[in-house]
Ligand binder design. Sequence first.
Ligand code: G6P
Ligand code: MN
Length: 448
Amino acid sequence: MKLTILGGGGFRVPLVYGALLGDHAEGRVSRVTLYDTDHDRLAAVARVLDEQARGVPDAPVVLATTDLDEALKGADFVFSAIRVGGLAGRAADERVALDAGVLGQETVGAGGIAYGLRTVPVAIDLARRIARLAPDAWVINFTNPAGMVTEAMSRHLGNRVVGICDTPVGLGRRIARVLGADPDRAWIDYAGLNHLGWVQGLYVNGRDELPRLLADDTLLGSFEEGKLFGTDLIRSLGAVPNEYLHYYYFNREAVRAYQQAELTRGAFLREQQQGFYARMREPGTPALATWDRTRAEREATYMSENREVAGAGDRAASDLESGGYEQVALALMRAVARNERTSLILNVRNGNTLSVLDADAVVEVPCLVDANGAHPVAVSPLPYHAAGLVTSVKAVERAVLDAAESGSRSAAVRAFALHPLVDSVHVARELVDAYTLVHPQLAYLERP
Ligand code: G6P
Ligand code: MN
């Protein structure tokens, strides 16, 4: 099997390669092609992969290229993990929003809309190109905002594109562990959009164990989401929210904390990664050790402002391990390529899974995956509070897709104005003006 990674010079590529190194079965990925627009970044990541492969006799061969067509031809799987505008773009997304008094985060609220407006046109070009050059390839989208980007690509690739996020998996695992259940045998009743979902049940041997968690204050307060949201809120919702809902349920506090932080997340990562890629240009640098140290620092500081607002303390050691994204991606590839049937929470077209959304809407739900792809399975219906947020945010995503396809500025304003975390149409207009000033990639928004 041949895998192509778009954004192959990206920092998290070694996680994927590490997962591939553990797969020795027949039909495994034997060749990985890294595609990136930046030659230096490709060289840095290739050095890390080279060290990872030492002593692994059947390690996948690694090729690197800046030629997209060459990268796509012959691919069985394509991972899309691009970052339009780089981390400087992410930092600008956050700063503009925070200066306007609203949330700046790469996937939620104004920052996520700005990032979507920059990314969707590029993702659509890629999808068209893949449909032409590798029509039989399966596409796994890691690019944030993952739900919106996957939906944009699905308009050209149909069900051959599947979006991935590790937060539902991480949440399900944490709950299972706290309940003393085997995470791999638990069925998680999870539904929503990417970074906007709730666990409404966790079944072990056909029995819902979530009520036992909700009834026990100690258990409920013992893991990340319990600490972030507080046990009272979770119990009163009767469901455990994805950690990204902290930006909604504690929006004022999160905005204030991010405004007061010395660096936004994007600015912190921009500096951290500049340092990493600079060090990788020096010949003597131990590649894998340097990468791993940088990764550990990134993990330890993930959502640190939210945790501070909630008084949640440091992340649990088990949450600092990798194993999220790359294991989901590997399981998905194995299921599709070798018909190793499994169930995974993925971003796929809704069909008739969530009745409040149309069939083409990309949702994040449990799926059965086999050689024919990912098929969403029945979940509990969303309660009104969740359905309200999900339909509002889907309307925002559709406005972004509309703006990206038509170049309409008023569609872009509509996207910001309809978002539940942007509280004024006036602010929405200001945001479009400010973002178009700082992001050259938004020059396409030239129609009224
Ligand atoms: C989680 C989210 C991803 C995000 C990642 C890294 O895994 O699900 O969507 O890309 O964290 O976040 P960071 O703030 O470190 O870039
Ligand atoms: Mn994610």
